[in-house]
Design a protein around this ligand. Structure first.
Ligand SMILES: [Fe+2]
Length: 196
């Protein structure tokens, strides 16, 4: 178990990566952490490992996207996180567990319960209206309108498909169906009208 001081340092490091533009907007992380902590408590997993993995697992994603190597963001973030957690004073065992958990956050196969919780909680970023609409609004500056809608739909599908915990599927099914209906309808009509 890590001290509150170590956890606070890890949170500050995560928030700082958001501020300096290396990590995605904090709203996504907060949606994931809220669910991750709840699941970890309910499933008797290590709450601190889950929280640290969710703070830092995407900590270099925005940077990797800018460098056109988004597919490497899991590894790059994990390398950053390993050093950052050590500097925050976390034990070697904690660092290894958190790195393991964050390295599986886009996977449906997990070496430990914390990794499974992190991946499922990560899905809540875009399986809730606030997260997905936030993505649409922020992404609209970078792509055409229809490309933004298609991108949002792809993120919705990706996160739905990463869920392996039945409770998470049950809880988000209504959001998934509703958000999918809205996006597909908009894409269909835009295509019909040649609206880009
Ligand atoms: Fe990620």
């Amino acid at each position: 178990m890590e001290t509150e001081q170590v956890m606070q340092k890890i949170r500050e490091i995560g928030a700082n990566e958001v501020k300096n533009g290396n990590a995605p907007p904090e709203v996504y992380t907060r949606l994931a952490i809220e669910k991750g902590i709840q699941l970890a408590n309910e499933m008797n997993a290590d709450v601190q490992v889950v929280e640290a993995a969710l703070w830092l697992g995407d900590s270099q994603l925005a940077l990797c996207m800018k460098q056109n190597r988004a597919q490497e963001h899991v590894q790059v973030s994990a390398e950053f996180a390993r050093i950052a957690m050590k500097e925050a004073g976390a034990s070697q065992e904690f660092v290894e567990n958190a790195v393991q958990a964050m390295s599986e956050h886009h996977s449906t196969k997990h070496k430990n319960l914390e990794g499974e919780i992190v991946a499922n909680a990560d899905g809540y970023k875009f399986l809730q209206p606030l997260g997905l609409l936030s993505l649409v609004m922020k992404d609209a500056k970078k792509r055409s309108d229809i490309e933004t809608l298609k991108y949002a739909l792809s993120k919705l599908e990706e996160k739905w498909n990463v869920l392996t915990i039945q409770q998470c599927k049950d809880e988000t099914r209504q959001n998934y169906d509703a958000l999918k209906f809205v996006l597909e309808s908009a894409i269909q009509k835009a295509t019909q009208l040649n609206y880009e």
